[in-house]
Design a protein around this ligand. Structure first.
Ligand code: COA
Length: 350
């Protein structure tokens, strides 16, 4: 059966409009680790305060995974995926593709996606990871959506999953207060209707890589109060202030391009689901797009910055709270290390 761009000819050979195939989100799911790490607890680890963290970032607490709880990146990813598959009514064995956006896979190789494939027994699916910093989920969504459009894939699972706690320098107060762990997933199926992922627009600029990167220059210690069995030889380095300004401009510019591509403006958007890096970044972008904050989904106060996982977790929570109805325009926007950024315009299905 042909799922790609279909060009119809009637019996008499007259040309008809091409039928566009798009990916449609039919299920969402998310899983977050059990362990809550509050700002108050962080006051015992670094020289910071609940008041500073809340005022400068909007974060109140975050989740920290532990090996003992079976909370490796692929465990969280597989758990989120099962919830998304169940919602979408899609059996795992019918999946053609599994793409995981992550910078913290269980191992350097094989990919987290291959572990997820094994856990789900999705034997037919091609499985691979995408590394695009915090933009990993939207990059993965773009790959899977395009695969559906070209017909190389029918059912796809797109995941954002991270254990940033394993690459956090717990002596660096300017980064360790920001980060958290978790996973979110969406299931895509093909549609020829007017809904689905209308388009995903991506950007990258490697010349700014030093604003945010993983380094192995020093070792770091994991605080005793955290049950993280094993650290990785890398930790995060960030130039937060410069990154903040780049984030606001890149996010706003790509969102405007994505909206204009469909003759839409901020007022057409029912819900913006942004990457949750900093509440002040989100507010600045919403203002530039003239989207009121009551149409912007935020959960950064509960989870902090979970990198690739933040958008699919937020989308799942918004979906399960009943905030999304058929025909609603949803705007997903992201920004991360690379630098990378992106925006997707989605017309909601169910
Ligand atoms: N607690 C208390 N003080 C802290 C602190 C903390 N956790 N972290 C930094 N500070 C201090 C700094 O040392 C600095 O002190 P100084 O003025 O005495 O030198 C002061 O607070 C201001 O630091 P600055 O980095 O200018 O703060 P900021 O307002 O830019 O906020 C971030 C810092 C990290 C919250 C903010 O820059 C940010 O969110 N950046 C972008 C994050 C991002 O986009 N991340 C990745 C994209 S995925």
């Amino acid at each position: 059966m042909l799922f790609s761009l279909l060009i119809n000819f009637s019996n008499k050979g007259a040309y008809k409009e091409p039928i566009m195939i798009k990916g449609r989100i039919v299920g969402t799911g998310s899983t977050i680790p059990k362990r809550i790490l509050t700002n108050k607890e962080l006051e015992n680890i670094v020289d910071t305060s609940d008041e500073w963290i809340m005022r400068r970032t909007g974060i109140k607490e975050r989740r920290i995974s532990s090996d003992g709880q079976r909370e490796e990146t692929s465990d969280l990813a597989a758990s989120a995926s099962l919830k998304a598959l169940e919602m979408g009514g899609i059996p795992a064995e019918t999946l053609d593709m599994i793409v995981v956006g992550t910078v913290t896979p269980d191992r350097q190789f094989p990919s987290a996606a291959c572990f997820v494939q094994k856990a789900l027994k999705a034997s037919k699916a091609v499985a691979f990871d995408v590394s695009a910093g915090c933009s990993g989920f939207l990059y993965a969504l773009s790959v899977a959506g395009n695969a559906i459009s070209t017909g190389s894939c029918k059912n796809a699972l797109v995941i954002g999953a991270e254990r940033l706690s394993t690459i956090t320098n717990w002596k660096d107060r300017s980064t360790c207060v920001l980060l958290g762990d978790g996973a979110g997933a969406v299931v895509l199926t093909p549609t020829t209707d007017h809904d689905g992922i209308l388009s995903t627009h991506l950007g990258s600029d490697g010349s700014y890589w030093k604003l945010l990167y993983a380094s192995s220059e020093e070792t770091y210690e994991i605080p005793e109060i955290l049950d993280i069995a094993e650290g990785k030889p890398f930790y995060i380095k960030m130039e937060g202030n410069r990154l903040f300004k780049k984030a606001v401009s890149c996010l706003a510019d790509i969102a405007v391009s994505a909206l204009e591509h469909h003759d839409l403006s901020g007022s057409d958007i029912k819900l913006m689901v942004p990457h949750q890096a900093n509440l002040r970044i989100i507010q600045a972008v919403a203002e530039k797009l003239s989207i009121p904050m009551d149409k912007v989904y935020t959960n950064i106060h509960k989870y902090g910055n979970t990198s690739s996982a933040s958008i699919p977790i937020a989308l799942d929570e918004a979906n399960r709270e009943g905030l999304l109805k058929a025909g609603d325009y949803v705007l997903l926007v992201t920004f991360g290390a690379g630098l990378t950024w992106g925006a997707s315009v989605v017309k909601w299905y169910s």
